[in-house]
Design a protein around this ligand. Structure first.
Ligand code: ASP
Length: 287
């Protein structure tokens, strides 16, 4: 359970799992109560010119090992049938049956009994709007806390963060809130793109966008380059977080980069369990 890793942390407020959903600024309180036994958070579901999950085949196969059925969350794309068929074929080839939530009359009940979830990528605003509309954030949190394995790609990974504020997407629809699952005490940025030093493009670089995020929020952001992922698991000493995969871009210095307020970005690889001790502070403008 986060917040008890190594037993060194101070208690961080009331248990949100038993006293209701926390307001956004209190999202860290929920995180203390949100153990994730197993999660696989892919930056992207497919590399350029390769099939779904091919770049992460071993990690995905290990994740679904022993799982009879994966529940698929398809709402980041508009065509749920087509999306479910594609994901069903790719995950099905690794063993489990795949059922898509859009086809179920009672998605919350299905989530309650799920062995594993896979949340597909696409537009984060659309995905988050539907999860709020159907009131599925709490059922997912509760299922994950009980041991349901959580996996996602891109938007599906990003929503393991406390909020969707570090998405790269356009707001094509309006969710009632930017709050997401809060399975992690920090933010992800997927498809992380390094600035091209030879570019004359005048729009914001990813780094600049994240610097703007840090002008308003004091929350670490882990940028996962394409081809990489973050894996969470439990060990006798507590939760373990590991960066896996390899950046697709030959120019990338490593798989992942961490941006924090007031600090130079740092390259990260391998065991990053210490990140699970982060204390996110949203809506904390830099003074
Ligand atoms: N649109 C991305 C995805 O594939 C999400 C992102 O870039 O933030 O899900």
């Amino acid at each position: 359970m986060y917040g008890t890793r190594g037993g060194a942390d101070e208690p961080r407020g009331a248990c949100a799992a038993s006293c209701g959903r926390p307001p956004l600024r209190e999202v860290a309180a929920w995180i203390d109560c949100a153990p994730v036994t197993r999660a696989l958070l892919l930056s992207n579901s497919a590399n350029h010119d390769s099939g779904l999950f091919e770049h992460a085949r071993d990690a995905v196969a290990a994740f679904v090992e022993g799982v009879r059925e994966v529940l698929f969350v398809p709402w980041a794309l508009a065509d749920h049938e087509e999306y479910a068929a594609r994901v069903g074929a790719a995950l099905g080839a690794l063993g489990p049956r795949v059922r898509s939530l859009h086809a179920l009359a009672e998605p919350a009940a299905a989530i309650r009994d799920a062995e594993a979830l896979y949340v597909g990528g696409g537009n984060t605003f659309r995905l988050v709007r539907t999860l709020h509309r159907l009131a599925l954030l709490d059922p997912i949190r509760a299922a994950v806390a009980r041991g349901t394995r959580y996996s996602g790609a891109s938007a599906g990974s990003l929503i393991a963060s406390p909020t969707m504020r570090t998405t790269n997407d356009m707001p094509i629809v309006q969710p009632p809130s930017f709050e997401t699952l809060g399975l992690l005490p920090f933010q992800l940025n997927c498809h992380y793109l390094d600035a091209d030093p030879s570019s004359t493009h005048a729009g914001e670089t990813r780094e600049l966008r994240l610097r703007e995020f840090h002008e308003e929020n004091d929350v670490p952001v882990l940028g996962l380059r394409e081809g990489t992922w973050l894996e969470l698991s439990e060990s006798p000493r507590g939760a373990v977080a590991t960066i896996g995969g390899a950046a697709v871009s030959p120019l990338a210095p490593g798989p992942a980069i961490l941006h924090r307020r007031g600090q130079e970005p740092v390259e990260l690889a391998g065991d990053v369990s210490w990140l699970l001790d982060a204390h996110p502070r949203f809506d904390a403008p830099r003074t």
